[in-house]
Design a protein. Structure first.
Lengths: 115, 111
């Protein structure tokens, strides 16, 4: 049973560029959440997708956008990259409608460096 | 604004002792609270969830308490082992599934 997978594992971009990160949820999960984790900090909630719709959003600017596909996989897009966007981006999946709703399974993350 | 406080400094403890980590929150009333473990360079791993109407929850060597009056959760690891060394994250869940993570406490179990 494959867990949550993310790609790529590492990425280096230049200020002003755009980036797309990808996530495949754990088998059987239908909800994907994205988090940003700066060095030495806890993960910060970006947004959550369910049934291909953004269901909830944290305090992140519109430069951060996402998408969920019919197979429940998801993408995180960040436009006009800033140096401050350098962080570990984590994807977490869960299953709606069960007692395990809040039990999130995290992927290994994508380390984004903006220079 | 919502605030979560965890001991940001590392907690060093001797092998075999009980480690106790603290999570305090202010300005909201979470219905659930989770604890996660995170190893360097890896994603967090879910450990336990406790509901607001539960005072205590156990899983093997782990125990979590949730005091909604004090707005505090305590996370205990009994008979700690060097393999328990990691950062432990507190994550209250408020509103509709909005999970907010604390900064985490780094636990070091010394053999």
């Amino acid at each position: 049973d494959a867990g949550v997978t993310q790609s790529p594992t590492h990425l280096i971009k230049t200020r002003g560029q755009q980036v797309t990160l990808r996530c495949s949820p754990k088998s059987g999960h239908d909800t994907v959440s994205w988090y940003q984790q700066a060095l030495g900090q806890g993960p910060q909630f970006i947004f959550q997708y369910y049934e291909e719709e953004e269901r909830q959003r944290g305090n992140f600017p519109d430069r951060f956008s996402g998408h969920q596909f019919p197979n429940y996989s998801s993408e995180l897009n960040v436009n006009a990259l800033l140096l401050g966007d350098s962080a570990l981006y984590l994807c977490a999946s869960s299953l709606v409608g069960t007692s395990g709703l809040y039990e999130q399974y995290f992927g290994p993350g994508t380390r984004l460096t903006v220079t | 604004s919502q605030k979560i406080e965890q001991n940001s400094e590392a907690l060093n403890i001797q092998e075999g002792k009980t480690a106790t980590l603290t999570c305090n929150y202010t300005n909201y009333s979470p219905a659930y609270l989770q604890w996660y473990r995170q190893d360097p360079g890896r994603g967090p791993v879910f450990l336990l969830l406790i509901r607001e109407n539960e005072k205590e929850k156990r899983k093997e060597r782990l125990k979590v308490t949730f005091d909604t009056t004090l707005k505090q959760s305590l996370f205990h690891i009994t008979a700690s082992q060097p393999a328990d060394s990691a950062t432990y994250l507190c994550a209250p869940i408020g509103g509709y599934q909005k999970v907010t993570f604390g900064i985490g406490t780094k636990l070091q179990v010394i053999p």
